[in-house]
Write a protein that binds this ligand. Structure first.
Ligand code: AMP
Ligand code: MG
Length: 325
């Protein structure tokens, strides 16, 4: 069986094709970059709609297949931006109806986890999922991916992007902050906000903006922002590992590209005698293959959905669905 997946939660239109055994057959994507400021949902949705045909063709060509050879169509059901989600869902519904093949609405966060597990061979990790719109520490418990800790306000990626914007850098700003942070020499005290197992990043952002206006050096602020935010995440991840007794940690999402973040998590894992896994860059950011893979897992475990059940869910939660596979 060959499953095609469509990703369109935010800035990326991604199409991927995978076999039921997990062999990646084709992957293509295009990412919207706002001219200035952050992501505008409608603009991004237009970008996705305009680029979808070409990306679909590119993925299918790479896989050396035709659309009528696909056995099921999967799409990102959420969480994400409504206008963007609806474009991907509409394409998947059309393909499913036209070729009379199953339609599968996939949870985007679970897709990040499952492609990570497939590619790293991690068996039962605590997952640190950090992206532009999500920040969650997750582990499988009692048949569901439970969220052990998460942000109470903005995502870590959003925090980095917003501060970078304040410094005049275009979206996405995470890589710029990383570059600046390497030149930082002095740690500036910032709000370290861990509440129970949850985290908050908006106070750090406000404080960074304030200190910048008061003349603090941007390199030192970038360095301190990274040290504070990543230490908070590492602390929560370590506690999730201690609580669940798991001895693997898997980091994914766009922010997983950050070397300092990975270094902190790697040290923590080593000190606990745990294994540390990172997802290859092509598949740690948003992509269609991860959606296709969860579609395959759902199909193999007998999950079926009708077109009338295929509404997108902007706030679709990781722990909302059973994981029977
Ligand atoms: P995603 O939403 O998973 O596509 O990830 C995008 C997010 O990852 C954006 O917020 C980026 O700023 C962030 N990001 C990308 N590269 C890095 C990096 N090297 N360090 C920190 N954040 C990054
Ligand atoms: Mg994502």
């Amino acid at each position: 069986m060959k499953i095609l997946g469509i990703e369109s939660t935010a800035h990326t239109i991604g199409v991927g094709i995978i076999s039921e055994e997990g062999k990646i057959l084709g992957n293509a994507r295009a990412t919207y970059k706002p001219k200035k400021g952050g992501i505008l949902p409608r603009e991004s949705a237009d970008f996705i709609a305009q680029n979808a045909p070409e990306i679909l063709k590119e993925a299918i060509d790479k896989a050396n297949l035709k659309l009528d050879e696909i056995d099921a169509f999967a799409f990102s059901k959420g969480p994400g931006l409504g206008p963007c989600l609806r474009v991907g869902a509409s394409i998947a519904r059309y393909l499913s109806l036209k070729y009379k093949k199953p339609l599968l609405g996939v949870n985007h966060c679970i897709a990040h986890i499952e492609i990570g597990k497939l590619l790293t061979k991690a068996k039962d990790p605590v997952i640190v999922y950090c992206s532009g719109g999500n920040t969650q520490v997750i582990a499988l418990a009692g048949g569901r991916y439970r969220v052990f800790g998460e942000t109470l306000d903005i995502a870590i990626g959003n925090c980095l992007d917003a501060f970078a914007r304040e410094l005049g850098f275009p979206h996405p700003g995470g890589p710029k902050i990383e570059e600046l942070a390497k030149k930082g020499k002095q740690y500036i005290e910032l709000p370290y906000v861990v509440k129970g197992m949850d985290l908050s990043f908006s106070g750090i952002l406000t404080e960074c903006k304030k200190l910048l206006r008061q003349g603090a050096k941007k390199e030192n602020l970038a360095y301190s922002l990274q040290e504070t935010a990543f230490a908070m995440l590492t602390e929560v991840t370590e506690r999730a590992m201690a609580h669940t007794g798991k001895n693997e940690v898997l980091v994914t999402g766009g922010v997983a590209a950050n070397s300092r973040f990975k270094e902190m998590l790697r040290i923590m894992a080593r000190e606990r005698g745990a294994k540390f896994y990172t997802v290859p860059k092509e598949y740690s950011g948003d992509n269609g293959t991860m959606i296709a893979w969860v579609g395959a897992l759902m199909l193999k475990s007998g999950i079926k959905q009708s077109v009338s059940e295929s509404r997108v869910e902007q706030k679709f939660r990781t722990d909302e669905i059973d994981v029977p596979w």
